[in-house]
Write a protein that binds this ligand. Structure first.
Ligand code: PRP
Length: 207
């Protein structure tokens, strides 16, 4: 059996559709259920439905053989796993954003940055002496609007959340952030016969 860690949320439907295109029986993923462990009707695949940020942990530990996860999460988590394929879906960027009329805040000696990407933010602002990273779990755009932070470091896809809150991108840090197929390093060897043909199908499907 091949086990997958699949992200709930934005990438969920696209991930299921891509796997189905490659012959994986994903019908169980369409069921309206709160179950987090699902098995395909043909018994060939198991699916763990997890928060996107948790996909690398399941794959690194070998609980799941394969996972689908955004490159933003891989950059942030820095886990020990193989990044097998760019699945070319869910494209976005990781950017610093704030108020257009306050662009000069970036040169402030003391800068407050709200983000879900705490590790990545620490790295990109490593040369700053006084940096305050404010870890948040969601609705990041609210931080500058309410005065909690000067800027945010966050994922931007359509830009509509920034726009709706009067914010703009001040600097793109990473572009070409897309969903990736990741594999557990040991499982890729021990279950090569099962995993490699599917990975090859996925490679063809995203060409
Ligand atoms: C993400 C991100 C932004 C938004 C960007 O949040 O943190 O808020 O999407 O997308 P956009 O450019 O298309 O507007 P998400 O919707 O995942 O929810 P969250 O605020 O709960 O993290």
């Amino acid at each position: 059996m091949i086990t997958f860690a699949l992200p709930k949320g934005r990438l969920a439907e696209k991930s299921a559709a891509l796997l189905a295109k490659c012959g994986v029986d994903t019908a169980v993923l369409n069921e309206d259920t709160r179950k987090l462990v699902l098995e395909s009707a043909d018994g060939r695949c198991g699916f763990f439905l997890v928060k996107p940020a948790d996909v690398p942990a399941y794959v690194e530990a070998g609980v799941a053989d394969l996972g689908i996860v955004g490159k933003d999460t891989l950059i942030e988590e820095g886990r020990d796993l193989y990044e097998m394929l760019d699945l070319k879906m869910g494209e976005c960027r990781l950017s610093i954003a704030g108020y257009p009329e306050r662009r000069d805040v970036l040169t402030n000696p003391h800068l407050r940055v709200a983000t879900k990407y705490v590790n990545t933010a620490r790295r990109i602002f490593a040369d700053r002496e006084e940096i305050e990273i404010i870890p948040l779990h969601g609705s990041i755009e609210l931080a500058p609007v309410t005065g909690l932070a000067d800027v945010i470091f966050d994922v931007v896809q359509t830009g509509s959340t920034l726009k709706a809150n009067g914010l703009v991108v001040l600097e793109d840090v990473y572009t070409g952030i897309t969903a990736r197929l990741v594999a557990n390093k040991v499982c890729l060897k021990t279950k090569a016969e099962e995993l490699l043909p599917l990975i090859e199908k996925l490679r063809e499907a995203v060409k």
